[in-house]
Design a protein around this ligand. Structure first.
Ligand SMILES: CSC[C@H]1O[C@@H](n2cnc3c(O)ncnc32)[C@H](O)[C@@H]1O
Ligand SMILES: [Zn+2]
Length: 439
């Protein structure tokens, strides 16, 4: 067999159906796809590659999927901390966004986010933010994969004046990226409290017609439920269900407030949940009942949320938090295992985004979106179970090599497609401008 690259790591965690942990296997890549995963001895005999990479003490995993973020909010990291959601949003974040967010802000903030995510082993993300055409362009230029949200809110912003304008800009983005190998789009109405019934119904119809996901914040806090019961006489979930939005195209972000009937309805309809444990903890929003959802058969993916409420875009860290918090919430040490957390950060994210045929696991035929972490580090010795070590002990500084569609975007810990010094200088300049205007 001919290949462009053969990698010889110590371990491979393919995140396949059987959750195998392979030792002394090789992975071969040709034309951006995985063409073989076989024992190393066999690969050395039968695969002729242009490039061979020996990675002793390394583990190969599928590229991580950040299923919910607001990439450009990296520029607001640390602006307003230790506040509850509505105070944080209404008194700090939304006024700052109204004043500062434009195409340049989104370009520089997204570059910082892309750099942070790539260096941390995230190869695909799902975004919801203003000027999504800029987010898409920056991401594609960096060779990263993303599903970019066509945002909608009821109120005017610097990006659009009303639901019609948000939608028409979103649809233009959809048309522009129809055949792009790395960029897909999804509808991203912000939440049931920021988008009224008519645009939600229109979005639902368009999503079915174009066969794209819908991504919205849902049941993030208890206050959201109280407000909806007061304004609509029903819980947000019920309202969305009546409008037809609880279906297999939906990614419901947060879901900290869930009753048994809602969990059953999610399972019955095939709607997905994106769990953002660190954002939920930091804003004291509540606890998503992850183990109950998994037990009911609901697909649960992982997201960081934006860097202003987390304050990082670290899916490796999010896996650890999800596994630890999941046990606390379920009152059971067997809940949300390391294996479950890794699946949430990879294949479950891919499934939720409609990309499971392409990414989310290391299997022959799938795109070569791959991460290598070096376990030859004091934090990860000794290695009894590479999967447990990955989730409970490894840090993102151990991410050394990252490929997307077979292209190396991080080599020996250094990003290849963005200039870190330039990106950091631009972020620092934004921080100075924003803080100087406040004093
Ligand atoms: C319409 S663009 C996205 C919008 O969402 C805001 N945002 C960021 N994090 C959260 C969150 O946890 N809940 C609700 N809204 C959030 C962001 O600031 C943008 O305005
Ligand atoms: Zn969010």
């Amino acid at each position: 067999m001919q290949a462009e690259l053969v990698i010889y790591p110590q371990w491979i965690l393919p995140v396949d159906r059987d959750n195998r942990q392979l030792t002394n296997h090789a992975l071969a890549i040709a034309d951006g796809r995985i063409v073989a995963i076989v024992p190393a001895a066999e690969a050395r005999q039968s695969i002729h590659a242009q490039q061979v990479l020996e990675l002793p003490e390394h583990v190969l995993i599928p590229g991580l999927v950040n299923a919910h973020t607001h990439a450009a909010m990296t520029l607001l990291r640390g602006l307003a901390d230790d506040l509850p959601l509505m105070t944080w949003l209404h008194d700090y974040i939304w006024p700052t966004e109204q004043r500062w967010v434009d195409a340049e802000f989104v370009r520089d903030g997204t570059r910082l986010a892309v750099l942070e995510m790539l260096c941390g082993g995230v190869t695909c993300y799902h975004d919801m933010y203003f000027h999504p055409e800029v987010t898409a362009q920056v991401t594609a230029d960096a060779g990263m994969r993303a599903v970019i949200g066509m945002i909608v809110v009821d109120f005017p912003t610097g990006y659009a004046a009303n639901a019609d304008e948000y939608l028409s800009k979103g649809l233009a983005l959809h048309a522009a990226y129809r055949d792009h190998p790395l960029i897909r789009v999804a509808f991203a109405p912000h939440s049931p409290y920021a988008v009224s019934d008519a645009p939600l119904q229109r979005i639902n119809a368009l999503a079915a017609q174009l066969d794209v996901p819908i991504h919205l914040h849902l049941h993030e806090t208890h206050d959201e439920i109280v407000q909806s019961e007061r304004d609509h006489g029903q819980r947000p979930f019920q309202r969305l269900d009546q409008l037809g939005l609880i279906n297999s195209r939906l990614l419901a972000i947060h879901m900290t407030q869930l009753n048994d009937a809602e969990i059953a309805r999610l399972a019955e309809t095939g709607a997905h949940v994106v769990h953002c444990p660190e954002s939920n903890l930091k804003l004291a929003s509540g606890f998503c009942p992850v183990e109950k959802l998994l037990a009911a058969g609901v697909n649960v993916a992982l997201g960081t949320d934006g860097a202003a409420s987390n304050n990082d875009l670290n899916i490796l860290g999010e896996m650890r938090t999800a596994a630890l918090l999941g046990k606390g919430v379920a009152g059971s040490a067997t809940a949300v295992s390391a294996t479950a957390a890794l699946r949430m950060a990879t294949i479950n994210g891919a499934l939720a985004l409609g990309l499971a045929d392409e990414i989310g696991s290391l299997e022959v035929g799938k795109s070569a979106d791959i991460v290598a972490l070096d376990f030859n580090d004091l934090h990860t010795q000794p290695v009894y179970h590479p999967g447990s070590q990955l989730v409970y002990a490894a840090s993102r500084q151990q991410v050394r090599q990252v490929w997307i569609r077979g292209h190396q975007v991080v080599r020996d810990g250094v990003p290849t497609s963005l200039d870190s010094a330039e990106v950091i200088a631009a972020a620092r300049a934004w921080g100075k401008r924003i803080i100087d205007s406040a004093v």
